[in-house]
Design a protein around this ligand. Structure first.
Ligand code: HEC
Length: 56
């Protein structure tokens, strides 16, 4: 029982630590620029260069 609680606390701690480490790295300027080029190449012909979508 105690061991399970300690195990759960460790796993929760690792999860929190992981997200604190990972979240700030999710959207760097480099990734945003990459997203723009992917969008321009694959999506803009239908959704528009300014993300405007289509009428109706
Ligand atoms: C061939 C034209 C076309 C291309 C290319 C295209 N889309 Fe779409 N997209 C559509 C259409 C049409 C809809 C609406 C579909 C529906 O609602 O049934 C849609 C819907 C969407 C939606 C849902 C929007 C909403 O309000 O529900 C998203 C998100 C989306 N597209 C993202 C993308 C992304 C990201 C790309 C590029 C990787 C892309 N689309 C490429 C035509 C396209």
């Amino acid at each position: 029982m105690i061991a399970a609680l300690i195990g759960a606390a460790i796993i929760t701690g690792l999860g929190v630590a992981y997200f604190n480490y990972e979240l700030p790295r999710l959207r760097t300027a480099e990734q945003i620029a990459l997203g723009r080029s992917v969008y321009m190449a694959n999506c803009a012909q239908c959704h528009g260069a300014q993300l405007e979508g289509q009428p109706d």
